[in-house]
Ligand binder design. Sequence first.
Ligand SMILES: C[S@@+](CC[C@H](N)C(=O)[O-])C[C@H]1O[C@@H](n2cnc3c(N)ncnc32)[C@H](O)[C@@H]1O
Length: 221
Amino acid sequence: MKKSMASAWRICRSYRNAGSLTCVYAAARLALVPVGILCDVLSELKGDVLSIGTGIGAVEYFLADRLPELSFMCLDSRIKRIAVAQRAGHLPHVRFAAGDATVVHHNPVYAAALAVDVLHHIDRNKHATAVARMAEAVRPDGLVIIKDIALTPPWKHAWNRFHDRLVSGDDPACREPEEVAAMLVAAGCLVEQCSRIHPYSPYPDYLVVARKCANRPKLVI
Ligand SMILES: C[S@@+](CC[C@H](N)C(=O)[O-])C[C@H]1O[C@@H](n2cnc3c(N)ncnc32)[C@H](O)[C@@H]1O
């Protein structure tokens, strides 16, 4: 706990060149995102992790600080956010690039692909493509980890919708976790976890963890 707090403090401070509001935003992300749960899921891995829709990268800097055997390749479609993340420059094994996660193709070299609160900011019709691109990036037996926001219960969804409209101006395109799990299966993965997390949070958080099948069964007609 103490180590996590120390990591969070260092990371939030590293954004001070971008202004105090950015430091507060980074702190809010580290408080709202269940980073401890993500650490536990990622702790079985070694190697490079692709993270899509990373924003200013606070979550990835935190995970890299706690799990030094992992490096992170972070992708976000907004160049300004990538620039803020790069200026923070907290850890050398966290790299950033600008790109649309529904468009950029990847070689299957990553130990895992991660999306934290990104899917509901992507056009609903492109969710399956984003999920397929994540699965494509992962080597066989690697993990695809999606933390996102559900549609239910309605009051929590309404709270998240209010938050998103206020913070980003987006109308969120949320889904139930089982729909995302089905997309992962269609992309050739085996779902290992599909559950609601953070029961006391006002946000309807869920986590889906899937493993890319080493031998994807071929359809024989
Ligand atoms: C709510 S923020 C989450 C940021 C970060 N993952 C976190 O948890 O703090 C959603 C991010 O997804 C990015 N995003 C939305 N659509 C995207 C796309 N098609 N490709 C890459 N990034 C995208 C946005 O620019 C934004 O930074």
